[in-house]
Ligand binder design. Structure first.
Ligand code: ZN
Length: 73
């Protein structure tokens, strides 16, 4: 049985050692979700930005939970 939270902690510790912070581990947990929800770059116009997975205007509701405010601008 796999546990995504434990797997994220393992990845964070592998990359950053046991000094990995809770934020580092949380970022690792969100990484697979970010791989699914990203904005299309096919049409760079701000008017046509959309989530590749959801096909809704960018940022999609899921992206709002896994990207920083700066990344969403
Ligand atoms: Zn999405």
């Amino acid at each position: 049985m796999s546990d995504p939270a434990i797997e994220a902690a393992d990845r964070a510790w592998d990359e950053r050692g046991f000094d990995a912070s809770a934020a580092d581990i949380a970022r690792e947990a969100l990484a697979p979700i970010r791989e699914l929800h990203f904005q299309s770059t096919r049409l760079p116009s701000r008017l046509y930005r959309h989530c590749v997975t959801c096909r809704t205007p960018w940022p999609c509701p899921t992206a709002r939970f896994c990207y920083t405010t700066e990344e969403l601008q």
